[in-house]
Design a protein around this ligand. Structure first.
Ligand code: C2E
Ligand code: CA
Ligand code: CA
Ligand code: CA
Length: 270
C-alpha cells in the first residue's frame, strides 16, 4: 500500500498526516535509509541518510509529502535529531567494521539550522556515538543560508569549529549567487539532479555541469553529483570531476536500510 497524490494535498489530509506523524517516532514507524556515495571506481565512500515513514495507516509516505508537514509543525526538530543520531550510530558501526573512512551526510532542516543550541546538540550526538565530526557532512540549502545571512555565518562557523563538513545541497536550484559560495565556509557542493538529468544527451546541461565542476575546483570544494541514473551520466561526471567528485544515484545504489548496506560494504567491490 503506497501513499498516492490522490489521497492528497487537501488540508484535511495534511492534518491527518500531522496527527499520525506526531506519534510516528515513538511508535517506531520512522527509519533512516542510506544511499551510497561512490568514488569513480565504484567503491563506497559514505552515504546520505534519508528518512522513511512507513505508516500503518497511510503506507509508505514519501519525504516530499511529510517533511514539509514536519517542518511546519515543528516536529522536524525532534525527528531530525533522531535522524542525526541514527546516522552517526550506524556510521560509527561501519567505521569500526568494514569501512574505517566511512562518512555520512545528513540533511538539516531550516528549523534545526535556526535552533539556538544546534551546535551543542550535534556535539552531544557525536560524543554519544563516538562518530568523528570530520566524517559528518551536514547538508544545507542555498535558501537556508540566504535568509538570515549573519546568523547563518555564525552557525556555520560554530559547526566548522566543531570539525563538521558542510555541504550545499541542490546546488543551482536556489539563489545560486556565486558570491556566497566564497563567503560561507563550505566543503562540499552537491550538484542537483536536475543538471545531472541532461548529461549524456543535452549539450547545455553538460556545459553547466562542466562550469560548476570548474568553479567548485577553483574554490577548493569537493563535489557530489546526485541523481546519477545512467552510464552516460556517470561517464561524463567522471570525465569532468575525476577524483574530486563522488557519485550518488540509482545507478550506484538506491537508499537502503542499514543492514542492506552492511552486505554491500562486505562485498569485495564495496
Ligand atoms: P534530497 O536531499 O535532495 O535527497 C535526494 C533525493 O533524491 C532522495 O529522495 C533520493 O532518494 C532521491 N534520489 C537519489 N538518487 C536518485 C536517482 O538516481 N533518481 C531519482 N529519481 N531520485 C534519486 P527522498 O529520499 O525521497 O528525499 C526527498 C527529500 O526529502 C530530500 O531531498 C530531502 O530534502 C528531504 N529529506 C529526506 N530525509 C530527510 C531528513 O532526514 N531530514 C530533512 N530535513 N530532510 C530530509
Ligand atoms: Ca540532501
Ligand atoms: Ca539533494
Ligand atoms: Ca535535489
Amino acid at each position: 500500500q503506497f501513499y498516492t497524490e490522490d489521497m492528497g494535498a487537501g488540508a484535511m489530509e495534511r492534518l491527518q498526516l500531522e496527527s499520525h506523524l506526531r506519534h510516528a517516532l515513538a511508535r517506531g514507524e520512522l527509519a533512516v535509509h542510506f544511499q551510497p556515495q561512490c568514488r569513480a571506481d565504484g567503491s563506497v565512500a559514505g552515504a546520505e541518510a534519508l528518512l522513511r515513514w512507513n505508516s500503518p495507516r497511510f503506507g509508505m509516505v514519501p519525504p516530499v509529502r511529510f517533511i514539509p508537514i514536519a517542518e511546519r509543525s515543528g516536529l522536524i526538530v525532534e525527528i531530525g535529531e533522531w535522524v542525526l543520531r541514527e546516522a552517526c550510530r550506524q556510521g560509527q558501526r561501519w567505521r569500526n567494521g568494514p569501512a574505517p573512512e566511512f562518512r555520512v551526510a545528513v540533511n538539516l532542516s531550516v528549523a534545526q539550522f535556526r535552533q539556538a543550541d544546534l551546535v551543542a546538540r550535534v556535539a552531544d550526538i557525536l560524543a554519544e556515538t563516538g562518530f568523528p565530526a570530520t566524517a559528518l557532512e551536514l547538508e544545507i540549502t542555498e535558501s537556508m543560508l540566504m535568509e538570515e545571512v549573519q546568523s547563518s555565518l555564525e552557525t556555520l562557523a560554530s559547526l566548522k569549529a566543531l570539525g563538521c563538513m558542510l555541504a550545499i545541497d541542490d546546488f543551482g536550484t536556489g539563489y545560486s549567487s556565486l558570491a556566497y559560495l566564497k563567503r560561507f565556509e563550505l566543503d562540499v557542493l552537491k550538484i542537483d539532479k536536475s543538471f545531472v538529468d541532461g548529461l549524456g544527451n543535452d549539450g547545455n546541461d553538460s556545459a553547466v555541469v562542466h562550469a560548476i565542476v570548474g568553479m567548485a575546483r577553483s574554490l577548493g570544494l569537493a563535489m557530489v553529483a546526485e541523481g546519477v541514473e545512467s552510464h552516460d551520466q556517470y561517464d561524463e561526471l567522471v570525465a569532468f570531476g575525476g577524483e574530486d567528485i563522488l557519485l550518488q544515484g540509482y545507478l550506484l545504489g538506491y537508499p537502503m536500510p542499514a543492514d542492506e548496506l552492511d552486505h554491500r560494504l562486505a562485498s569485495p567491490t564495496g
